[in-house]
Design a protein around this ligand. Structure first.
Ligand SMILES: Nc1ncnc2c1ncn2[C@@H]1O[C@H](COP(=O)(O)OP(=O)(O)O)[C@@H](O)[C@H]1O
Ligand SMILES: [Mg+2]
Length: 358
């Protein structure tokens, strides 16, 4: 690279690698050299997977970025090179806007990306923030009940006009209570009780409850591969995941409604790459696709973090819970969003043969 691009590239304080169409490393910026603890010279031209170990199905992600010409975000990925220990990162993959088929891979080490504390790993920071919030939630609930009760008592002797104020108190305390319940739900999450589960049963339950509740204004289409084998999951937790995704899709679309497509399919080629070579296959895929406005760019990279919300009354806990549950299931979640089409895809393992009932 030469010219002004060059300065831009070398100044970029984010580790970034430019990958050619054939999967070799075309360029690597100084920040990435530092991050991977290797020189650009030894990396340039080498197949990227010879040099960098990532426990995520990235070839597939690259193909998707190229064909959709839109960026992709992957959360919580272990990245290591021969020269450095694995580090948890969020990845951003973006297509180059020049028809060259090259893609830009950027790493946000979670230690740097952390929003909730700089001194320790942001993952633990976020988790301890949750722990603290949980404790607070417990402490706040009692006085909150007192406040609501007092407001309701007061209301009995007030004029209609003044009652608007007590209604406000009651309404807002109810909102706080809802937030606290979500925080507690997060903290109370048990390890999954995993069995052989028919994904479509879970999806049907989620769709039905969505359609009579928060997604009554949406059209929900099913696009299922009925031959999918069972997955190995805690059905209740999986239901929670699907409900949260449907709810976000419905909320993003606004009052006027929209269409959500639930797509399931089998795709064996997707594998998690682990450093020790044991790749857990995650061939069962569920996509929740909506035609809403898409992720707001300023939060797109952080949506799986707790307390990151792009909505007025959001708690930012929905996707954090989703991400935790999917990780507990040794699965994957990927989001791919452009205005008019947002896809959340979860990828799950197949139930062990001896558990398969159908
Ligand atoms: N399908 C979607 N379309 C557009 N934006 C979305 C979608 N799903 C999630 N988001 C964005 O991600 C944010 C975080 O979602 P979530 O963790 O569920 O928290 P909350 O719904 O409480 O805001 C949302 O506030 C919204 O801005
Ligand atoms: Mg939500």
């Amino acid at each position: 690279m030469t010219g002004p691009d060059d300065t831009l590239w070398t100044s970029l304080p984010v580790p970034a690698i430019l990958i050619a169409q054939d999967g070799t490393i075309a360029e690597i910026n100084p920040s990435a050299e530092g991050f991977l603890n290797t020189s650009a010279r030894s990396l340039r031209g080498a197949p990227v997977w010879d040099k960098i170990m990532v426990d995520a199905p990235l070839e597939e992600a690259f193909a998707r970025v190229r064909s959709n010409e839109s960026p992709l975000f992957i959360n919580d990925v272990d990245v290591s090179s021969g020269e450095r220990a694995p580090m948890v990162c969020n990845l951003q993959i973006a297509p180059m806007q020049d028809d060259s088929g090259r893609v830009l891979l950027m790493f946000s080490p979670r230690e740097i990306a952390g929003r909730l504390g700089r001194s320790q790993s942001s993952k633990t920071a976020a988790m301890s923030a949750i722990g603290m919030a949980e404790m607070l939630a417990h402490e706040i609930k009692n006085p909150l009940a007192g406040i609501t009760g007092a407001a309701q008592l007061l209301a009995m002797n007030l004029s209609q006009e003044d009652q608007e104020m007590t209604d406000l108190i009651v309404g807002e305390t109810r909102r706080i209570l809802k937030l606290l319940q979500q925080v507690e739900q997060f903290g109370n999450l048990l390890p999954p009780d995993r069995r052989a589960v028919n994904i479509h049963d879970v999806l049907d339950r989620a769709r039905k409850s969505a359609q009579v509740g928060f997604a009554a204004h949406m059209t929900i289409l099913e696009d299922y591969d009925p031959s999918l084998p069972s997955t190995f999951a805690d059905a209740d937790q999986l239901l929670q995941v699907v409900l949260n995704l449907l709810k976000n899709a419905a909320e993003a679309s606004g009052k006027s409604g929209g269409t959500i497509r639930i797509h399931t399919f089998y795709e064996q080629s997707l594998r998690l790459r682990r450093k020790d070579g044991t790749g857990g296959a995650v061939p069962l895929h569920v996509e929740i696709i909506d035609d809403g406005p898409g992720l707001k760019p300023e939060i797109a990279a952080d949506i799986f973090e707790p307390f990151v919300s792009g909505r007025e009354n959001g708690t930012g806990l929905g996707l954090a819970l989703v991400s935790k549950i999917i990780a507990d299931h040794e699965g994957w979640i990927v989001v791919d969003s452009v205005p008019g089409r947002t896809v959340f895809r979860i990828s799950l393992p197949v139930a062990p043969k001896e558990l398969e009932t159908t």
